[in-house]
Design a protein around this ligand. Sequence first.
Ligand SMILES: Cc1cc2nc3c(=O)[nH]c(=O)nc-3n(C[C@H](O)[C@H](O)[C@H](O)COP(=O)(O)O)c2cc1C
Length: 445
Amino acid sequence: MSAPAGRPLHLAAFFQGVNHTTVWSDPAAGSQVAFSSFAHMARTAERGTFDFFFLAEGLRLREQKGLIHELDVVGRPESIAVLSALAAVTTHLGLAATMSTTFNEPYELARRFATLDLLSGGRAGWNVVTSSDAFTGENFRRGGYLQHHERYSRAAEFTELARALWASWEPGAVLGDRALGRFLDDARVHEVVHSGPQFDVRARATLPPSPQGRPVVIQAGDSEEGRDFAASTADVIFSRHSTLEAGRAFVADVRGRAVRSGRRAGDVKVLPAVSWVLGASAREAAERAEQIRFQQVTPATAIAFAEQVWNRDLSDCDPDGPLPDVEPVEGELLSQGRAASRRIDRAAVSAQWRELSRTRGLTLRETAAEMSSHQSFVGTPEQVADEMIAFVDADACDGFVLTPHLNPHGLDDFVDEVVPLLRERGRFRTEYTSTTLRGHLGLEG
Ligand SMILES: Cc1cc2nc3c(=O)[nH]c(=O)nc-3n(C[C@H](O)[C@H](O)[C@H](O)COP(=O)(O)O)c2cc1C
């Protein structure tokens, strides 16, 4: 008798936006803003029976040393608009957008997600982020910026209110989708009354629930408060812990927090962001991976990364020479508007760069390429499929958010070469068995 197959993997496709890991200089790279790019990747993900397609959010053009970052100038469309258009060219794929609770209002955002959820037939997901900087906050009324703990208390109140609005229509409150010109019993469309430190709202939702009941809630944020918020609230965590050991520690930590907050350990799925490089042999894959790392980290990018760590102008450094022989400086940030510019332990990170450069004899650019590399799975399709399965079996995650290094064709090889192997091994669906995102994720309503 053969052993029963382990639990199924969950897969999502991440359209990278402006990250340096996307190689826009590659001749195969397409537009970052054309609908055809989004549509190609979404259709590829659906062909691969993925759980969902996923967009990040960046609300202000990044700057370094007062200059706008070139990649940002290529543009970043508003996510719910993009996903609404994708709903029309896909039938089963989940559609998830990252939206900040710091810069939005609950009634408005709950309504926009409820609309996407209805338009797509129950496929919407909301990645709740609190966003990290006053720089982005300048775009908004009131300055929009809150201290870290206030961002999370706002996020908790925001999500609770959004959920109350999504749950406020009694089942059967509507008789189908046509108005019959009658007055409805008041008790069937409940008024949501909320009064808290952040929001004072008395509202009725304007939409019935979708076939999945309410949008799936995803969360990305890694502090103690972020983890507590995710463990008590989210259906899915988008994590940055993409190695086996870090993944196992993270999963054990957030599952423990989920249980302490009264949920079951499996109520929250953990999906780290990962990338992959395939080759006909392990050696070919390793060579391709190295080429890609150097496409990603050009000489100018290497200097920019070093400046983000050292927080000082390093334009005089030779990217093909040694690391800067000066110490990092604290104080006002040189780089604004990207997650990596948040306050890091500059002494510790620069020491890691130095150690790597010294022990392996690497130049500044080579060190930057190694330190910023997120190449999680490198090998033949068989090796990649087996390693991914091993991660899930070791409880390092429940699946993966795949971040291609090329748009819009970067997912093609994974869907053509790895997905069939995951299916053969009985670890990934061969066809959709549900029409909703909640159903794909195996979550209860
Ligand atoms: C994997 C991951 C992805 C994130 N993606 C976004 C994003 O697309 N947009 C955004 O504004 N913030 C994003 N964030 C930042 C979070 O919103 C949060 O502000 C930041 O991580 C600080 O919170 P923390 O201290 O709890 O980690 C992301 C964070 C993580 C860990």
